[in-house]
Every structure is written in C-alpha cells, then in structure tokens.
Ligand binder design. Structure first.
Ligand code: SF4
Length: 334
C-alpha cells in the first residue's frame, strides 16, 4: 500500500483548502475508500478527514421535503422519523444495503461516491481495466460479466453503480448540493452519476475538490405507495443483481404519478421514463404493469453471462409495482 498523509479538516473552508493539494481525497466513513486504498486500486497522497464537519443533520424543509447532511450515517438516515414517514422508499433502500455495522459507519455522501464492484476493477492482478487504468482495456467485456450492465454501457466500460440508496434517490428526484473552489451548486440527481462513455474513470460529474454537503428530497406524494425491491444472490450483505425503486401516487384507483428507477443495470441509477409514462392514468393492474415492465427493459443489451438480467429486471419491475400498489400500514414503518 502506498503511504499517504492524513489531515483532519476543521470546517468546510478548511476541507476545501486541504483538498486543493495534489493527490488529496476526502474521507468520511471510509467503508469503500479504505478497501480500495488497501488493495492498491486507489492511491491517494493525502486523505482529508471530513468527519468533524457539521454536515450530519437531517432537517425538514419549508416545502415538506427533507435535507440530509452529507455526513449523516446510512443508519441514522434510514431510521430517522422524517425519512421513515415521508420517504419510506429511501429507508428501505438503505436498509437493503450492506451490514448494520457498515451502515453505522457509512455516510450518505460517501454512499453516493462508492465505486463499482466489478471484479476486474478491484483485482489489480488484472491489467485491463479502463476505470482503474485509463486506456488499458476492459477485461469484463470478454470475461466474466454476470454482474455487469444491460443499459448505457460503452466500449470502454460495462460496470454498474452498486448503490441501493442512489436508486431510491433517483426515483425521488433528489438534489445533491456540493461546494467547491468555484462556490456552491445544486445538481439534479439524474445528472450526478454519469454513463462511462470514453472516460469510465469518472463516476460522477463532481469537479475536482468539490465536496458534497447535503442531499435534498423534495416533498413527495409517494409515501403511501412505494417499494424498494432488491434481487441478489444471497439474502443479505450482497450487491443487487437487479433492484427496482417503485413509487406510485394513486387517485380514484388510477395512477396519477409514478417513479421507476432500476439499480444493478447501468453505470448510474437507471430511470425507466417510458415505463413511467405508460402507467399514467391507468389502473395498476396486471396488464398495465406488464406493459410498463416491457418498456422498462426495452433497449437492454446483455453480455455472455448477464443476459438473464433482462428478464430478471422485467419481472422485478412488475413485482416492485405490485408491492408499491399495496397500501402501507399506518405509522410509517419502512
Ligand atoms: Fe474496468 Fe469497467 Fe471493464 Fe470492469 S467493466 S473491467 S470497471 S473498465
């Protein structure tokens, strides 16, 4: 492991100043970054500890939405009454991710930044990985690609984003707040993660030195009808083969608005916009759900070992919609 310096930031300005040094990386819970550093996948020269910054609060917004500080832990966020009552979809997604111990350490800001679990990215014994070593090739394309993308892949990379939380945030139209050398900005969630294109080394649209400060959830009509479905190889502590965040607003038995996002299928959480449109104004029944699911996987492309994900995703969309359509019990339990 390459040696690095460690500095603790006193406040946000201090963190941004320290991050301006060559080879600097922010570290919060460190649940992903430390693994990557120990494995030689990432080689920062400086780690800037941001855990003492005042960015851990979860507060109500004037419009009925909620602001989650970037350093709120995954556990605290999943268990917070505002999240459980108004955004149970997010609570479910967080609780579906990792182990309790990891959720206690991991922050929501760090969760946004976690990197793909592509085997060839993590194992430095493989020379070919454009995400780890730009220009080296992609071992997964002709290798073992069971967990890889069926949407939005490029010649350079077919990896997927591993975050459960991000799938729910995509469905909930979250907004990421960041602060950097150029000031503050708000990033629509759909613009935060990116497809690999020719630069798979970049997972997000954050600029160098930018720090995530908060995530806003706009007021949502979906609390009564939402469901996060995660399909994985074992019941816990596994990444999604396919996941679906489904949220439906019903009125007089018809779908008034709907959000569908898929995880485990692309380099970013994948919004199924055509499927959403197909459900509007219809009853949530077997026919409409099947129509939506067919549209959700239209254009999917499999590789040698992951063709099964296309049918899996189609069925998962139907199951998630069916669960979302059921009325949640009162009390806001996730
Ligand atoms: Fe690397 Fe992406 Fe190819 Fe995996 S899929 S080997 S992360 S370039």
């Amino acid at each position: 492991m390459q040696s690095f310096s460690y500095e603790r930031a006193a406040d946000i300005d201090d963190a941004l100043r320290l991050a301006g040094q060559p080879g600097a990386r922010f570290i919060g819970g460190g649940t992903n970054l430390l693994d990557l550093v120990k494995g030689g996948v990432e080689q920062p020269l400086r780690l800037i500890d941001i855990t003492r910054l005042a960015l851990g609060d979860i507060v109500e917004l004037a419009d009925g939405g909620v602001r989650i500080g970037a350093l709120a832990s995954n556990s605290a966020t999943a268990d917070h009454p505002l999240i459980r009552q108004r955004f149970p979809l997010l609570s479910q997604a967080l609780l579906a991710g990792a182990s309790a111990q990891l959720r206690n350490m991991a922050t929501v800001g760090g969760n946004l930044m976690q990197r793909t679990r592509c085997y060839y990215f993590y194992d430095t014994a493989f020379n070919m990985c454009n995400k780890r070593v730009p220009g080296s090739g992609c071992a997964a394309k002709e290798g073992y690609n069971r967990i890889h993308a069926i949407f939005g892949a490029s010649e350079q990379c077919i990896a997927v984003n591993p975050s459960d939380m991000s799938v729910a945030l995509a469905a909930l139209d979250a907004v990421v707040h960041a602060r950097g050398p150029q000031g503050e900005r708000a990033i629509a969630f759909g613009d935060f993660h990116r497809l690999p294109g020719d630069t798979p080394e970049n997972d997000t649209t954050l600029a160098p030195g930018e720090l995530i400060t908060a995530i806003d959830l706009p007021a949502s009509p979906f609390a009564a009808h939402s469901h996060y479905l995660k399909v994985r190889d074992r019941a816990s502590y596994a990444f999604a083969l396919v996941s679906v965040a489904a949220a439906v607003e019903m009125r007089d038995g018809l779908v008034r608005s709907v959000r569908l996002a898929l995880g485990g299928v692309a380099h970013k959480p994948w919004r199924a916009s055509e499927a959403e449109s197909a459900l509007l104004g219809r009853a949530l029944d077997d026919v409409s759900m099947a129509d939506a699911a067919a549209l959700a996987v239209r254009g999917a492309h499999g590789y040698a070992h992951n063709e099964f994900k296309i049918e899996l995703a189609r069925r998962a969309v139907i199951r998630a919609l069916r669960k979302a359509g059921q009325v949640r019990p009162a009390g806001g339990k996730a």
